[in-house]
Design a protein around this ligand. Structure first.
Ligand code: PLP
Length: 454
């Protein structure tokens, strides 16, 4: 077989024109979202006041395997896709491993991550519905940045509630969002009832993601012509992110390579779900087998140490309940946790696949993650996002195992983004002040005890 190039690109007309919905091939479907008031599964009409209508339909569609990507979204994708699948020759050489390592790089756009793949889709459907704008929350700012780019493209208004501590400490992300026309409000704010109540109850609080979600939902439902959008966890987001896996599979097929192992980092599960979907589809249909590993931080280990139960999606408890691997919606990762992936729960699709043992999971400590990030930056050139570096850590560990066993495994991992806005975390690592935090069983049990009894 001929030599595999460093970068395996698809041609523009080979970019997939349909998303793949892995739920269609799942025997055990992910559990439905449930109304916390009535205990009944949410129907599309129940979700319409909060989310765009077409997105509600996608959220609940467990049957349609392929969904057409509207032409306008395909056109936008062409501005930054296909993303390259890179053969990590330099890393293989550095590790002296017989393994073949490939990574799918999603950081080649201004938002610096895969989040743009779903942001553009959600903005498109909002525009189609004739809405004025959308609201959302952002923590570190990747999602808000991606959505601000998407809303600018379609001329939609965007209101972002940004966790106050990030708003103050990450002014650069904030300015990118404002450059794309978004209104960015530090949360908790004085603009919503929930924000005012939280500010009154906890004067001087620097906010949390859960609180920002509650504010964004209130802002969407209290303004005419607005809806709320979310950047991870939901089925619809995994659907849009399937573009990552479809391109990866097409590129591997093009050079005649079959992956043995597929590795992705898991926060809410959207990039992982998107990367693995077409491969999991093959497994579910009995066509192929892969070893799939979700990598999460040891400080926020929802898959490896959480419970598979119904829980609130947000700390403010305004969203529907989802059945997922969770640490409890009140779980707050340690303040010194710098590596992202802080969400307390996991996508219902990923949770079900994990419960059915179709995929496995591993947790890693943040100093080990940054060590891998540094190695990767030095030998492959790209400064990786801390989130992405969780996957790098496990890819390196697995490649080193191959060195011992002599196996020539094909290892594929998702490199979700770049780390230019995470330099405070890199600074802590470089200064030797970064600490590892692993919650005790008691801490997790205490937070899980607060899950709704259902
Ligand atoms: C948001 C983000 C993640 C984690 O989100 P998922 O929904 O789990 O994919 C991973 N990497 C980067 C670069 C991100 O911005």
């Amino acid at each position: 077989m001929s030599e595999i190039p460093y970068k395996i690109y698809l041609a523009e007309n080979e970019i997939p024109s349909k998303w793949y919905n892995v739920r269609a091939d799942m025997k055990n479907k992910p559990a439905p979202l449930v109304n916390p008031g009535t205990g009944e599964p949410m129907k599309a009409e129940d979700l319409f006041p909060v989310f765009c209508e077409e997105l509600c339909r996608q959220e609940l569609d467990n049957e349609t395997p392929y969904i057409d990507i509207p032409q306008e979204i395909q056109d936008f994708y062409k501005m930054y896709r296909p993303s390259p699948l890179v053969r990590a020759y330099c890393l293989e050489k550095y590790l002296d491993t017989p393994a073949h390592i490939y990574y799918k790089f999603e950081g080649n756009n201004t938002s610096g991550s895969h989040k743009l793949n779903s942001a553009i889709a959600q903005a498109y459907y909002a525009k189609q519905q004739g809405l004025k704008g959308v609201t959302t929350e952002t923590g570190a700012g990747q999602w808000g940045t991606a959505l601000s780019m998407a809303c600018a493209y379609f001329g939609l208004d965007l209101q972002v509630f940004m966790v106050k501590v990030s708003y103050e400490q990450k002014p650069f992300r904030r300015e990118v969002m404002r450059t794309y026309g978004a209104k960015v409000t530090p949360s908790p704010s004085m603009e919503t009832n929930i924000g005012r109540a939280i500010n009154e109850k906890y004067p001087g609080t620097t906010g949390s993601l859960g609180c920002a979600i509650s504010e964004a939902v209130e802002a969407a439902t209290s303004q005419e012509g607005y809806r709320y959008v979310l950047g991870s966890v939901l089925n619809q987001v995994l659907l849009h992110q399937s573009i990552i896996g479809l391109e990866t599979k097409a590129a591997l097929d093009k050079v005649g390579v079959k992956a043995d192992m597929i590795i992705g980092c898991a926060g809410g599960g959207s990039n992982l779900g998107g990367l693995i979907s077409p491969f999991v589809g093959q497994m579910l249909r009995g066509e192929a087998d892969y070893e799939i590993i979700a990598v999460e931080p040891a400080s926020c280990p929802s898959l490896t140490r959480g419970s598979y139960v119904y829980d609130f999606c947000d700390t403010g408890k305004v969203c529907p309940l989802a059945k997922m691997y969770t640490l409890g919606s009140g779980y707050i990762p340690a303040p010194n946790h710098a590596g992202g992936l802080r969400y307390h729960g996991m996508s219902p699709v990923i949770s079900q696949l994990y419960d059915d043992k179709i995929i496995s999971a591993r947790s890693v400590k943040q100093t080990d993650v940054f060590e891998a990030a540094e190695t990767f930056a030095r030998v492959e050139g790209i400064l990786p996002a801390p989130e992405s570096s969780h996957a790098i850590r496990v890819a390196i560990d697995e490649a080193l195992k191959c060195k011992e066993s002599g196996e020539e495994k094909n290892i594929v991992f998702g490199l979700t983004g770049t780390g230019y806005f995470d330099l405070v975390a890199y600074q802590q690592y470089n200064d030797g002040t970064m600490e590892d935090y692993v919650p005790t069983d008691e801490e997790i049990a205490k937070s899980l005890a607060e899950c709704p009894k259902f």
